[in-house]
Design a protein around this ligand. Structure first.
Ligand SMILES: [Zn+2]
Ligand SMILES: [Zn+2]
Length: 120
């Protein structure tokens, strides 16, 4: 097994995560509230946006959009365009292939679309 490839993959995953906008109101909010794009709009959410396989067979998202930090009660900040976005941000119009790197979107290592935004 080639561990170097896995190390590189892991380092890139950490980098992608480090580019995501985060809350700055409190430590718990920074850790547990995430940002992503919902219906073409950047939003703050808690939970899991990926499909979770339910034991009864259906797939389910477990997340809720938040307008206030559930830990300190402060309003979540608005978003602005990131003045220094990562060089390669994923863009996927058809849901299958990334338009930035042409790789399948499942294997694409481009930065997350939300990293084109920053918290105000
Ligand atoms: Zn907070
Ligand atoms: Zn890509």
């Amino acid at each position: 097994m080639n561990y170097d490839i896995y190390d590189t993959w892991y380092q890139r995953r950490l980098q992608i995560v480090s580019e995501l906008p985060r809350l700055y109101c409190c430590e718990a909010g920074k850790l547990h509230v995430a940002a992503d794009i919902f219906d073409s709009k950047p939003s703050w959410y808690m939970g899991s946006k990926s499909h979770v396989h339910h034991p009864e067979g259906f797939k389910q998202h477990y997340y809720v959009l938040v307008k206030y930090c559930p830990f300190c009660g402060r309003a979540t900040p608005a978003f602005k365009i990131n003045p220094q976005p990562p060089p390669k941000v994923r863009s996927c119009a058809d849901g299958n292939y990334c338009d930035t790197c042409n790789d399948r979107v499942d294997g694409c290592m481009c930065s997350a679309p939300i990293s084109a935004f920053d918290a105000v």
